[in-house]
Design a protein around this ligand. Structure first.
Ligand SMILES: C[S@@+](CC[C@H](N)C(=O)[O-])C[C@H]1O[C@@H](n2cnc3c(N)ncnc32)[C@H](O)[C@@H]1O
Length: 271
């Protein structure tokens, strides 16, 4: 079979294509370049475009960011959007992270007791972990009955300068729905697409929110998601999946408040 480009599209089609280019010129201007304007997602120009969608989603879900809250890497969004937060923990695989109160690999069941948290903020992290299903199953396990996972993932993004060999995934709405529904049996799962072709292109080029208008950001086109946001509420009564069979047991460090047992190898407490 010939590849698609080997087919002769015919003179009529070629003329129509030329007309289309003439009537709607690309006008690429400053975007006619093969390297982005920023290597830091637009941070050096203003607010990264993906964060506008992430923060709007978390703002809409403030009421769920309550009780015992777990976040990855730092407490940035717990502090910004939390309401009635009883305790705030930070999980990271990176032992050198001074903000981490729990050092563990999220893709493996850990010794964090089942049902510990009321809210888990899993923001722009899943793309860095190969076993996405494992992470979501662990998220489900550590949430209390009725607890909420608020997760955002990139549909489109440059590869992080730090993670060329360790950034694994981009996502679609359909893929997220499937993954989360499997990990959260019987749960309410809400998956939302945010962005449009301009937002995607701007983000890839390293433009910032301040380069766009609010109207441009608000125009949602499901065929061009930039960020996908997921809300999943664990069933209020413990599902059978709660009797989780551990595939391994690899907590590296756990705060005293979460570890009943004396078998935890390292503990970290906030100053
Ligand atoms: C880019 S940050 C994203 C989180 C941050 N809250 C944000 O909004 O950008 C990714 C974090 O996930 C951590 N991480 C990567 N793989 C992990 C894993 N398997 N388990 C736990 N944390 C992991 C990294 O060390 C890093 O701190």
């Amino acid at each position: 079979m010939k590849p698609w480009w080997a087919y002769d599209v015919g003179r009529g089609r070629r003329l129509r294509q030329r007309l289309e280019r003439t009537l709607r010129p690309s006008g690429l201007g400053t975007l006619r370049r093969t390297r982005p304007l920023s290597d830091r997602w637009g941070l050096d120009r203003g607010t990264p475009v993906d964060r506008w969608y992430v923060e709007r989603f978390l703002g809409e879900e403030r009421a769920s960011i309550r009780g015992r809250v777990l976040e990855v890497r730092d407490t940035r969004y717990t502090r910004a959007f939390g309401t009635d937060v009883a305790s705030s923990d930070v999980i990271d695989i990176d032992e050198s992270n001074p903000d981490a109160t729990i050092v563990a690999d999220l893709s493996k069941p850990s010794s964090i007791p089942t049902g510990t948290f009321d809210c888990f903020l899993l923001v722009q992290t899943l793309q860095f972990i190969f076993d996405t299903r494992g992470v979501l199953e662990e998220a489900h396990r550590v949430l209390a009955p009725g607890g909420v996972l608020l997760c955002t993932v990139p549909a489109v993004s440059r590869i992080s300068m730090r993670y060329l060999d360790a950034e694994y995934w981009r996502f679609t709405v359909a893929g997220c729905r499937e993954l989360v529904t499997i990990a959260f049996p019987g749960a309410d799962v809400d998956v939302r697409s945010h962005g449009n072709v301009l937002a995607c292109a701007a983000f890839l080029y390293g433009l910032a929110v301040e380069d766009l208008t609010e109207q441009e950001l608000l125009d949602e086109d499901p065929f061009f998601p930039l960020v996908i946001a997921v809300k999943a509420r664990k069933r209020p009564t413990a599902a059978p999946a709660d009797s989780h069979v551990f595939r391994s047991h690899e907590v590296i460090a756990l705060p005293a408040s979460l570890s009943g047992a004396s078998t935890v190898p390292m503990m970290r407490t906030r100053p």
